[in-house]
Design a protein around this ligand. Structure first.
Ligand code: 2BA
Length: 110
């Protein structure tokens, strides 16, 4: 059994959970925050039999979409004054999902 841990965008989390439940998988959604954008995202934890990991990753691929986001760099006023120009917003592409597949040494439901 593997632990599939997927960080997905909030906008996709509902569709991902629906697809997982419809296909008989169990999942737990935890609200999380990305370190770079400091915006809400969702971390989905799934305990998955080894031979079904690819199916789960396929569902994530199907329901998670990359999007472009803009970040306004924040700098202290003194630095901004020193720079003597406006700092342009930075465009980043937030991926559909960041997925970790981890071996589970022991699994129990008590
Ligand atoms: P954030 O950390 O908020 O990052 C959002 C997006 O910002 C990233 O999308 C990436 O396109 C960009 N980004 C992140 N760090 C950057 C940097 N130092 N310089 C320039 N651009 C940067 P994704 O790579 O698709 O990541 C989406 C979310 O997945 C991340 O949100 C974070 O919550 C999580 N994540 C990504 N890689 C991770 C990792 N290695 N470990 C843990 N969490 C990760």
């Amino acid at each position: 059994m593997k632990l599939v841990l997927a960080i997905v965008q909030d906008a996709d989390a509902g569709a991902v959970l629906d697809a997982l439940m419809t296909n008989g998988f169990r999942a737990t959604k935890v609200s999380s925050t990305g370190g770079f954008l400091v915006r809400g995202n969702a971390t989905i934890l799934m305990g998955v039999p080894d031979d079904q990991v690819d199916t789960v990753v396929g569902l994530l691929r199907e329901h998670c979409h990359a999007r472009r986001e803009f970040v306004s760099p924040v700098m202290p006023l003194s630095e901004a004054a020193a720079a003597r120009h406006w700092v342009q917003p930075l465009e980043v592409e937030v991926g559909g999902a960041t997925v970790f597949v981890i071996n589970i040494e022991r699994f129990e439901q008590l």
